[in-house]
Write a protein that binds this ligand. Structure first.
Ligand code: PLP
Length: 283
Protein backbone atom coordinates (compact mmCIF):
# COMPACT_ATOMS: atom_id res chain seq x y z
CA UNK A 1 0.00 0.00 0.00
CA UNK A 2 1.75 3.09 1.24
CA UNK A 3 5.24 2.04 2.20
CA UNK A 4 6.60 4.24 -0.58
CA UNK A 5 4.88 7.36 0.82
CA UNK A 6 7.51 9.41 2.60
CA UNK A 7 8.17 13.09 3.18
CA UNK A 8 11.17 15.19 4.19
CA UNK A 9 11.37 18.80 5.31
CA UNK A 10 14.60 20.63 6.14
CA UNK A 11 15.27 24.04 7.75
CA UNK A 12 17.15 26.09 5.18
CA UNK A 13 17.91 29.82 5.12
CA UNK A 14 15.24 30.62 7.69
CA UNK A 15 12.37 28.53 6.38
CA UNK A 16 11.04 24.99 6.25
CA UNK A 17 11.61 23.51 2.81
CA UNK A 18 9.89 20.33 1.65
CA UNK A 19 12.31 18.34 -0.50
CA UNK A 20 11.98 15.08 -2.43
CA UNK A 21 12.32 12.17 0.00
CA UNK A 22 15.44 10.83 -1.72
CA UNK A 23 17.23 14.20 -1.94
CA UNK A 24 20.40 14.47 0.21
CA UNK A 25 19.82 17.03 2.97
CA UNK A 26 22.73 16.47 5.38
CA UNK A 27 26.41 16.99 4.67
CA UNK A 28 28.65 13.98 5.24
CA UNK A 29 30.50 16.07 7.87
CA UNK A 30 27.40 16.50 10.06
CA UNK A 31 28.32 15.57 13.64
CA UNK A 32 24.95 13.88 14.02
CA UNK A 33 26.20 11.34 11.50
CA UNK A 34 29.80 11.05 12.73
CA UNK A 35 29.12 11.00 16.46
CA UNK A 36 25.40 10.69 17.05
CA UNK A 37 25.75 14.19 18.50
CA UNK A 38 22.12 15.26 18.43
CA UNK A 39 18.63 14.53 19.65
CA UNK A 40 15.38 13.39 18.08
CA UNK A 41 11.69 12.77 18.60
CA UNK A 42 9.19 10.37 17.02
CA UNK A 43 5.77 11.98 16.72
CA UNK A 44 2.61 10.09 15.77
CA UNK A 45 0.67 11.42 12.77
CA UNK A 46 -2.96 10.34 12.96
CA UNK A 47 -5.75 11.66 10.75
CA UNK A 48 -3.05 13.73 9.03
CA UNK A 49 -2.42 15.63 12.29
CA UNK A 50 0.05 15.54 15.20
CA UNK A 51 -2.12 15.78 18.33
CA UNK A 52 0.77 15.11 20.75
CA UNK A 53 3.38 17.37 19.14
CA UNK A 54 3.58 19.76 22.11
CA UNK A 55 4.62 16.97 24.51
CA UNK A 56 7.35 15.85 22.12
CA UNK A 57 8.63 19.39 21.57
CA UNK A 58 8.85 19.90 25.34
CA UNK A 59 11.03 16.76 25.59
CA UNK A 60 13.07 17.77 22.52
CA UNK A 61 13.93 21.05 24.24
CA UNK A 62 14.91 19.22 27.44
CA UNK A 63 17.09 16.77 25.48
CA UNK A 64 18.74 19.61 23.53
CA UNK A 65 19.50 21.47 26.76
CA UNK A 66 21.12 18.35 28.27
CA UNK A 67 23.45 18.19 25.22
CA UNK A 68 24.08 21.97 25.16
CA UNK A 69 22.64 22.10 21.66
CA UNK A 70 21.50 25.47 20.29
CA UNK A 71 17.94 26.43 21.21
CA UNK A 72 15.56 25.87 18.26
CA UNK A 73 12.10 27.36 18.72
CA UNK A 74 8.72 25.66 18.42
CA UNK A 75 8.00 27.88 15.41
CA UNK A 76 10.81 26.12 13.51
CA UNK A 77 9.60 22.65 14.48
CA UNK A 78 5.97 23.58 13.80
CA UNK A 79 6.90 24.79 10.30
CA UNK A 80 8.93 21.63 9.61
CA UNK A 81 6.10 19.36 10.78
CA UNK A 82 3.57 21.33 8.73
CA UNK A 83 5.77 21.03 5.63
CA UNK A 84 6.33 17.30 6.13
CA UNK A 85 2.69 16.43 6.88
CA UNK A 86 1.23 18.60 4.11
CA UNK A 87 -0.90 16.33 1.94
CA UNK A 88 -0.29 13.25 4.11
CA UNK A 89 -3.20 10.79 3.65
CA UNK A 90 -5.55 10.98 6.64
CA UNK A 91 -6.07 7.22 6.69
CA UNK A 92 -2.34 6.40 7.03
CA UNK A 93 -0.78 6.59 10.48
CA UNK A 94 2.66 8.14 10.22
CA UNK A 95 5.83 8.43 12.29
CA UNK A 96 7.24 11.95 12.01
CA UNK A 97 10.87 12.02 13.19
CA UNK A 98 12.35 15.35 14.20
CA UNK A 99 16.15 15.53 14.17
CA UNK A 100 18.33 18.20 15.73
CA UNK A 101 22.10 17.78 15.39
CA UNK A 102 25.11 19.99 16.13
CA UNK A 103 25.53 20.35 12.37
CA UNK A 104 29.16 20.94 11.45
CA UNK A 105 30.10 21.21 15.13
CA UNK A 106 30.54 23.67 17.99
CA UNK A 107 29.28 27.15 17.00
CA UNK A 108 27.85 26.04 13.64
CA UNK A 109 24.17 26.21 12.72
CA UNK A 110 22.32 23.10 13.91
CA UNK A 111 20.74 20.69 11.46
CA UNK A 112 16.93 20.55 11.79
CA UNK A 113 14.94 17.95 9.87
CA UNK A 114 11.50 16.38 9.84
CA UNK A 115 11.07 12.95 8.21
CA UNK A 116 7.70 11.29 7.78
CA UNK A 117 6.97 7.66 6.89
CA UNK A 118 4.08 5.28 7.52
CA UNK A 119 4.02 3.45 10.85
CA UNK A 120 5.43 0.00 9.95
CA UNK A 121 2.83 -2.76 9.58
CA UNK A 122 4.65 -4.83 12.23
CA UNK A 123 4.29 -2.00 14.76
CA UNK A 124 0.55 -1.75 14.06
CA UNK A 125 0.25 -5.52 14.43
CA UNK A 126 1.90 -5.48 17.86
CA UNK A 127 -0.90 -3.32 19.29
CA UNK A 128 -3.25 -6.29 18.94
CA UNK A 129 -0.99 -9.34 18.66
CA UNK A 130 1.26 -8.30 21.55
CA UNK A 131 4.98 -8.85 21.98
CA UNK A 132 7.38 -11.40 23.41
CA UNK A 133 9.93 -9.60 25.59
CA UNK A 134 13.27 -10.50 27.16
CA UNK A 135 14.83 -8.71 30.11
CA UNK A 136 18.43 -7.61 29.39
CA UNK A 137 20.88 -5.70 31.53
CA UNK A 138 21.83 -2.19 30.45
CA UNK A 139 24.91 -2.54 32.65
CA UNK A 140 24.34 0.65 34.65
CA UNK A 141 23.44 1.13 38.30
CA UNK A 142 19.92 2.47 38.83
CA UNK A 143 21.21 5.60 40.58
CA UNK A 144 24.26 6.42 38.45
CA UNK A 145 22.69 8.55 35.74
CA UNK A 146 20.99 10.91 38.20
CA UNK A 147 24.45 12.05 39.40
CA UNK A 148 26.37 11.73 36.09
CA UNK A 149 25.05 14.34 33.65
CA UNK A 150 27.56 13.28 30.96
CA UNK A 151 25.66 9.97 30.68
CA UNK A 152 22.73 12.02 29.38
CA UNK A 153 20.06 10.23 31.36
CA UNK A 154 16.63 11.44 30.30
CA UNK A 155 17.84 12.74 26.91
CA UNK A 156 16.57 11.22 23.65
CA UNK A 157 19.88 11.32 21.83
CA UNK A 158 20.77 10.06 18.37
CA UNK A 159 23.11 7.50 19.99
CA UNK A 160 20.64 4.61 19.75
CA UNK A 161 23.09 1.94 18.53
CA UNK A 162 22.88 0.06 21.87
CA UNK A 163 19.08 0.23 21.78
CA UNK A 164 19.01 -1.15 18.24
CA UNK A 165 21.53 -3.87 19.12
CA UNK A 166 19.35 -4.95 22.05
CA UNK A 167 16.42 -5.28 19.66
CA UNK A 168 18.47 -7.42 17.28
CA UNK A 169 19.60 -9.59 20.19
CA UNK A 170 15.95 -10.05 21.22
CA UNK A 171 15.08 -11.13 17.67
CA UNK A 172 18.01 -13.59 17.66
CA UNK A 173 16.50 -15.36 20.68
CA UNK A 174 12.98 -15.37 19.23
CA UNK A 175 11.61 -12.33 21.09
CA UNK A 176 10.21 -9.06 19.74
CA UNK A 177 11.50 -6.57 22.25
CA UNK A 178 13.45 -5.87 25.43
CA UNK A 179 13.02 -4.56 28.96
CA UNK A 180 16.33 -3.13 30.17
CA UNK A 181 17.29 -3.66 33.81
CA UNK A 182 19.94 -2.02 35.96
CA UNK A 183 22.85 -3.99 37.41
CA UNK A 184 20.81 -4.41 40.63
CA UNK A 185 17.90 -5.86 38.63
CA UNK A 186 15.74 -2.73 38.75
CA UNK A 187 13.36 -2.16 35.83
CA UNK A 188 14.39 0.64 33.48
CA UNK A 189 12.67 0.91 30.06
CA UNK A 190 12.50 -0.68 26.62
CA UNK A 191 14.97 0.39 23.91
CA UNK A 192 12.19 2.51 22.36
CA UNK A 193 9.43 2.32 24.96
CA UNK A 194 8.30 2.87 28.54
CA UNK A 195 7.38 -0.10 30.77
CA UNK A 196 3.97 0.02 32.44
CA UNK A 197 2.41 -2.77 34.49
CA UNK A 198 -0.97 -3.20 36.16
CA UNK A 199 -1.22 -4.77 39.56
CA UNK A 200 -4.30 -4.83 41.80
CA UNK A 201 -5.95 -1.87 40.07
CA UNK A 202 -2.82 0.30 40.02
CA UNK A 203 -0.77 1.23 36.98
CA UNK A 204 2.96 1.32 37.72
CA UNK A 205 5.99 2.68 35.86
CA UNK A 206 9.67 2.96 36.92
CA UNK A 207 11.07 6.24 38.33
CA UNK A 208 12.76 8.79 36.09
CA UNK A 209 15.74 9.18 38.44
CA UNK A 210 17.05 5.90 36.99
CA UNK A 211 17.91 7.94 33.87
CA UNK A 212 15.14 6.55 31.67
CA UNK A 213 13.32 8.73 29.19
CA UNK A 214 10.16 10.48 30.40
CA UNK A 215 7.61 8.77 28.15
CA UNK A 216 4.96 11.08 26.73
CA UNK A 217 2.59 8.13 26.14
CA UNK A 218 2.96 6.86 29.72
CA UNK A 219 2.33 10.38 31.04
CA UNK A 220 -0.78 10.71 28.89
CA UNK A 221 -2.04 7.29 30.00
CA UNK A 222 -1.55 8.09 33.68
CA UNK A 223 -3.32 11.45 33.28
CA UNK A 224 -6.35 9.79 31.65
CA UNK A 225 -6.32 6.76 33.94
CA UNK A 226 -6.87 8.55 37.26
CA UNK A 227 -10.36 9.91 36.40
CA UNK A 228 -11.15 6.46 34.97
CA UNK A 229 -10.69 4.82 38.37
CA UNK A 230 -7.09 3.63 38.16
CA UNK A 231 -4.55 4.45 40.82
CA UNK A 232 -1.15 5.28 39.34
CA UNK A 233 2.27 4.92 40.92
CA UNK A 234 5.95 5.42 40.16
CA UNK A 235 7.46 2.17 41.43
CA UNK A 236 11.03 0.85 41.47
CA UNK A 237 10.01 -2.60 40.21
CA UNK A 238 11.87 -5.73 39.20
CA UNK A 239 11.32 -8.42 36.57
CA UNK A 240 9.60 -10.48 39.32
CA UNK A 241 7.03 -7.68 39.64
CA UNK A 242 6.32 -7.97 35.91
CA UNK A 243 5.84 -11.75 36.20
CA UNK A 244 3.42 -11.17 39.09
CA UNK A 245 1.52 -8.32 37.38
CA UNK A 246 -1.99 -8.56 35.93
CA UNK A 247 -0.74 -7.03 32.68
CA UNK A 248 2.43 -5.50 31.24
CA UNK A 249 2.72 -3.13 28.29
CA UNK A 250 5.49 -1.40 26.38
CA UNK A 251 4.32 2.10 25.50
CA UNK A 252 5.49 4.59 22.91
CA UNK A 253 3.97 7.34 20.85
CA UNK A 254 4.22 5.39 17.60
CA UNK A 255 3.35 1.96 18.98
CA UNK A 256 0.73 3.00 21.52
CA UNK A 257 0.36 0.21 24.10
CA UNK A 258 1.70 -3.22 23.08
CA UNK A 259 0.70 -5.97 25.54
CA UNK A 260 3.53 -8.24 26.66
CA UNK A 261 2.45 -11.81 25.90
CA UNK A 262 5.61 -13.50 27.14
CA UNK A 263 8.50 -12.46 29.37
CA UNK A 264 11.78 -14.37 29.27
CA UNK A 265 9.94 -17.24 27.58
CA UNK A 266 7.13 -17.41 30.16
CA UNK A 267 3.69 -16.77 28.69
CA UNK A 268 1.57 -14.13 30.38
CA UNK A 269 -1.88 -12.60 29.93
CA UNK A 270 -3.28 -9.09 30.20
CA UNK A 271 -6.41 -9.79 32.32
CA UNK A 272 -8.42 -8.20 29.50
CA UNK A 273 -7.00 -4.76 30.36
CA UNK A 274 -5.32 -3.84 27.07
CA UNK A 275 -8.48 -2.59 25.34
CA UNK A 276 -9.16 -0.27 28.30
CA UNK A 277 -5.62 1.11 28.18
CA UNK A 278 -5.77 1.60 24.42
CA UNK A 279 -9.16 3.29 24.72
CA UNK A 280 -7.74 5.72 27.29
CA UNK A 281 -4.80 6.52 25.00
CA UNK A 282 -7.14 7.18 22.06
CA UNK A 283 -9.11 9.84 23.98
N1 PLP B 1 12.03 5.18 26.24
C1 PLP B 1 12.79 5.22 25.14
C2 PLP B 1 14.25 4.86 25.27
C3 PLP B 1 12.26 5.60 23.91
O1 PLP B 1 13.06 5.66 22.82
C4 PLP B 1 10.89 5.92 23.81
C5 PLP B 1 10.29 6.30 22.53
O2 PLP B 1 10.44 7.37 22.10
C6 PLP B 1 10.11 5.86 24.96
C7 PLP B 1 10.71 5.49 26.17
C8 PLP B 1 8.65 6.18 24.91
O3 PLP B 1 8.45 7.57 24.75
P1 PLP B 1 7.14 8.16 24.09
O4 PLP B 1 5.98 7.53 24.77
O5 PLP B 1 7.24 9.60 24.37
O6 PLP B 1 7.19 7.82 22.63
Amino acid sequence: MTDDVRAVAVWRDGSAVRVPADEPVVTAFDTGLARGDGVFESVLVVGGRTPYLADHLARLHRSAALLDLPEVGDDVWGALVAAATDGWPADVEGACRLFLTRGLGEGAAPTCLALLAPVPAETLRQRTAGIAVVALTLGVAADVRAVSPWLLGGAKTLSYAVNMAAGRYAHSVGADDVVFTSVEGRLLEGPTSTVVWASGGTLHTPPLDTGILAGTTQARLFTCAAPDGWATAVTPGTVADLHAADAVWLLSGIRGAAPVTSLDGIARGDAGLTSRVQELLAR
